[in-house]
Design a binder for this molecule. Structure first.
Ligand SMILES: *[C@@H]1O[C@H](CO)[C@@H](O)[C@H](O)[C@H]1NC(C)=O
Ligand SMILES: *[C@@H]1O[C@H](CO)[C@@H](O)[C@H](O)[C@H]1NC(C)=O
Ligand SMILES: *[C@@H]1O[C@H](CO)[C@@H](O)[C@H](O)[C@H]1NC(C)=O
Ligand SMILES: *[C@@H]1O[C@H](CO)[C@@H](O)[C@H](O)[C@H]1NC(C)=O
Ligand SMILES: *[C@@H]1O[C@H](CO)[C@@H](O)[C@H](O)[C@H]1NC(C)=O
Ligand SMILES: *[C@@H]1O[C@H](CO)[C@@H](O)[C@H](O)[C@H]1NC(C)=O
Ligand SMILES: *[C@@H]1O[C@H](CO)[C@@H](O)[C@H](O)[C@H]1NC(C)=O
Length: 486
């Protein structure tokens, strides 16, 4: 107990003295500058600030081309610090170190990645975006893990992928379009999983596929025309499944097919027309019911292969005794195909109808919006017209005002002229008045003289009046005396 404790303490000290969960031992080999990675991260932490280890002289993080795990390493995830730090890495090889999940950021900054090997781990989940940034990947290996499925878009960015290994997992099904971006895929390995049914859409886009390995599953039927798009397929490995009968058309369209590996099935009958290609060189039929051997076609004709397969062909004829029933079966198949296609078309039509409905609705909406816009437009236009007439009126007003101003100016000028005239008249009148004043003064003087004369006259008049009285008096006095003269 104490010993254990001591060992624990020493180990803990050792760990903390190293201070690093991740550390690299750097070296150069034929494949470039390499980090042999030691990682002890059983709890899947992802918050690391640094990676231990010392670079070889003159080398930096950016020179690292490969990351390989050191045996005995242990982690449940792939800490994103690896790709954050070694962004020029082209190969990541992390095999058998206990990885359980590949999360969104695991390889985000390894944009130059060509080779990714994650075999012999315990991976159950790969994030849909985990490989989004890794457009250059050529080799991708996930074999010997515990995958039961994968998200539909997980390989969306792998347009250059050559080899994809998903063998030895627990995959029972995969989304229809999971491989639809893999135009360059040459090798697809799905062996030893739990697939029961092949989906025709898996293979539709794999125009460069050379080898298909789907042995070790539980497939019972090869749907007609399933491999039809695989124009470059040369090797097909469908050993260890549960096929009983190989129908005509199972390998239809495979003009480059060379090897068909069918061993360890339960094949008891084969339609004679199943090979409609001329290039097939080898069929491995060992461990089947109607034939237990490999057949090589060493001649230019198909005869030896046909001869060897005769029992199987005969069984097929026995299985479907008359030509008529065979034709019936073909007809049925055609009808089925037709039905399938019909169904697909119907569903497509329905979808289209929905789209049309949506578009119509949108159209109506847009039209009403357009009507509104037209209305607004019209209003704006009428406003504009009003504005223009307003501007017109204003400019007319302005010109008439100008005219008026001109007229007024003229009037004012005229008035000023008149004024000038009046002034001169007034001046003239002033002069006249002055003259008149003078005349008045003269008249006044004359008047005074006249008055003085008048006064003199009056005084003389008064004297005459007085004289007259005296005379009167005298007359009176004379008249009252007795008249002597009577
Ligand atoms: C990685 O570790 C595993 C398990 O310890 C080991 O089997 C494998 O060889 C290691 N890989 C390399 C490249 O050393
Ligand atoms: C990793 O460590 C855990 C516990 O620390 C252990 O259970 C597991 O088996 C180890 N895995 C590998 C691959 O060594
Ligand atoms: C081939 O082997 C199977 C068992 O795998 C056996 O049942 C069958 O009879 C054999 N057929 C021939 C023709 O030998
Ligand atoms: C036929 O070809 C196979 C392999 O291609 C070879 O092993 C076999 O000996 C050849 N048989 C004959 C009769 O040429
Ligand atoms: C139609 O529109 C609805 C709601 O806008 C949408 O949910 C649906 O996916 C659309 N269907 C098609 C076929 O575009
Ligand atoms: C059109 O205008 C009317 C009234 O202004 C409004 O109620 C209606 O929502 C508008 N339609 C659109 C599609 O904008
Ligand atoms: C300016 O005078 C001319 C001539 O006298 C006349 O015809 C015109 O109507 C006048 N314009 C205004 C704005 O008064």
């Amino acid at each position: 107990m104490i010993l254990k404790l001591v060992i624990f303490i020493i180990f803990a000290n050792l760990n903390s003295s190293l201070g690093q969960v991740l550390s690299c031992s750097y070296r150069i080999d034929n494949n470039g500058y390499t980090c042999d990675l030691t990682i002890q991260n059983p709890n899947g932490l992802n918050n690391f600030g640094s990676i231990g280890g010392t670079h070889l002289s003159g080398r930096t993080d950016n020179d690292v081309r490969r990351i390989l795990n050191v045996s005995g390493s242990n982690t449940t995830n792939i800490p994103s610090i690896l790709c954050d730090k070694f962004q020029s890495v082209t190969g990541v090889y992390l095999n058998e170190i206990g990885i359980q999940t590949v999360d969104e950021k695991a390889f985000k900054n390894c944009k130059k990645l060509l080779y990714l090997y994650l075999d012999y781990n315990k991976i159950t989940k790969v994030d849909e975006k985990a490989l989004n940034e890794n457009t250059e990947i050529v080799f991708l290996k996930f074999s010997h893990n515990q995958l039961t499925g994968l998200p539909e878009n997980v390989f969306k960015s792998q347009q250059k992928l050559n080899t994809l290994s998903l063998g030895l997992n627990k995959i029972s099904d995969l989304p229809e379009k999971i491989f639809s971006s893999l135009k360059m895929l040459s090798y697809l390995d799905l062996q030893h999983n739990q697939i029961k049914n092949l989906k025709i859409n898996w293979f539709l886009q794999l125009e460069n596929l050379n080898t298909l390995v789907i042995g070790g599953n539980q497939i019972e039927e090869l749907p007609r025309n399933i491999f039809m798009s695989l124009k470059k397929l040369e090797y097909i490995h469908i050993y260890s499944n549960k096929f009983k009968v190989i129908h005509s058309g199972s390998f239809r369209g495979l003009s480059n097919l060379k090897n068909i590996i069918l061993y360890k099935n339960q094949i008891q009958a084969i339609d004679e027309e199943f090979i409609d290609t001329t290039g097939v060189q080898r069929i491995d039929m060992s461990n089947n019911f109607c034939l237990n051997q490999s057949i090589f076609d060493n001649s230019t004709t198909k005869m030896p292969m046909r001869l060897a397969l005769q029992t199987c062909f005969k069984n097929f004829d026995d299985l479907i005794p008359s030509r008529i029933s065979k034709l019936e079966e073909d007809l049925n198949n055609v009808a089925l195909d037709f039905q399938n296609q019909n169904q697909q078309l119907t569903s497509t039509i329905n979808k289209l109808q929905l789209t049309v409905n949506n578009l119509t609705a949108e159209n109506i909406k847009i039209r009403s919006e357009m009507k509104n816009i037209t209305k607004v437009n019209e209003a704006i236009q009428s406003d504009l017209e009003n504005f223009i007439t307003l501007v017109d009126t204003i400019s007319k007003d302005q010109s008439s005002l100008k005219n008026e101003v001109k007229n007024q100016t003229l009037i004012i000028t005229a008035l000023m002229d008149e004024n000038k005239n009046q002034c001169s008249i007034i001046r003239d009148q002033g002069l006249t008045i002055e003259n008149q004043g003078e005349q008045i003064t003269n008249l006044q003087e004359e008047n005074q003289q006249l008055r003085a004369i008048t006064k003199e006259l009056q005084e003389s008049l008064e004297e005459q009046a007085k004289n007259f009285e005296e005379l009167k008096h005298l007359v009176y006095e004379l008249s009252s005396r007795p008249c002597a003269c009577k």
